[in-house]
Design a protein around this ligand. Structure first.
Ligand SMILES: C[S@@+](CC[C@H](N)C(=O)[O-])C[C@H]1O[C@@H](n2cnc3c(N)ncnc32)[C@H](O)[C@@H]1O
Length: 289
């Protein structure tokens, strides 16, 4: 079985060396461009200088290569915040085409500081661009329960439990299979950001929750598909891909991040194999040039 890959190296060099059309999904969470040193528990990395034009100029070649290495059914997800989203979105429109923007996902959370001179800044934005108009999407893999309420009731039928909803205005009765649930909207309030004592925490700064990445990967890939993360950090994408049976290549330039990912994947491998799952071997490349 071919190996999954964990690479210590430069995102740009690794992406430039990948063959065309080999990937089904790419998720990236680039260093945001705050100019700050990002600190986690015992770990830190230097963020990009605070100049959005320079940030886009820096990121652009990687976005171009990301499009090149995506299969025709593949998708790119770019995770950004309010300071960079508008600059990068224009660039992605240029590279992928405006029609290829599938969703601007707003990920809302509540943990963190409160607003004192304005509204609390409690969301990130994830831009989803498809390589072509025939992107893959698996709605049944990401359904969530419909919101209940007094006008919703669950009743047993021959086809299994259904939720029954009466439209108060028209009196019409709608029935949905309970198992089916609904496809989430493009604003997500049901995935909380990690708190300090979260079991998932690795100590790497700006670590994203596994549930967030799992929803993205399940939406656009199936088991056996290939995914990449050029700015792996603590390895959230790798951990989710390994758990969900997706093949992966992840990259970070920091040796400390690669060590964290190595440990994280080894621990999860143990748990997966103990429950009878077959996990592909992991190739670790240090000092990729
Ligand atoms: C915002 S963090 C990613 C966090 C990650 N999504 C997670 O859940 O842990 C950005 C990462 O990009 C890495 N990085 C910055 N510039 C890079 C480059 N040119 N090539 C590879 N990695 C880079 C940093 O070391 C940092 O770990």
């Amino acid at each position: 079985m071919a190996s999954d890959r964990l690479i210590q190296g430069d995102a740009f060099a690794v992406a430039a060396g990948m063959p065309a059309k080999g990937l089904d999904a790419i998720y990236i969470d680039p260093p945001f461009g705050t100019g700050a040193v990002q600190r986690g528990r015992g770990h830190s990395y230097v963020d990009r200088a605070d100049d959005p034009t320079a940030f886009v100029a820096w990121l652009s070649p990687l976005l171009v290569d990301s499009r090149r290495v995506l299969a025709d059914t593949g998708s790119l997800f770019v995770h950004l915040d309010y300071r960079t989203i508008h600059y990068v979105k224009v660039e992605l429109d240029r590279i992928f085409g405006r029609d290829q923007l599938v969703n601007e996902i707003v990920w809302c959370y509540s943990v963190g500081g409160k607003g004192r001179r304005g509204f609390g800044r409690k969301h990130d934005t994830i831009l989803w661009y498809a390589r072509t108009e025939s992107w893959a999407f698996y709605p049944d893999a990401i359904r969530v329960p419909r919101r209940g309420g007094s006008h919703m009731r669950v009743i047993a039928t021959a086809e299994g439990p259904v939720q029954e909803k009466t439209d108060k205005k028209t009196g019409r009765v709608y029935r949905y299979p309970v198992a089916a649930g609904k496809v989430p909207e493009d604003w997500w309030t049901d995935v909380e950001t990690l708190n300090h004592s979260d079991a998932e925490r690795t100590g790497w700064p700006s670590q994203k929750p596994e549930r967030l990445i799992a929803r993205i990967l399940c939406a656009v890939t199936k088991p056996g598909d290939h995914v990449a993360d050029w700015f792996a950090g603590s390895g959230t994408t790798a951990a989710v891909a390994q758990r969900l049976g997706r093949r992966f290549v992840v990259v970070d330039r920091e040796g400390a991040a690669v060590s964290i990912i190595e440990k994280r994947l080894a621990a999860q491998r143990g748990a997966l194999e103990a429950t009878g799952n077959e996990v592909p071997p992991l190739e670790i490349v240090r000092d990729h040039i």
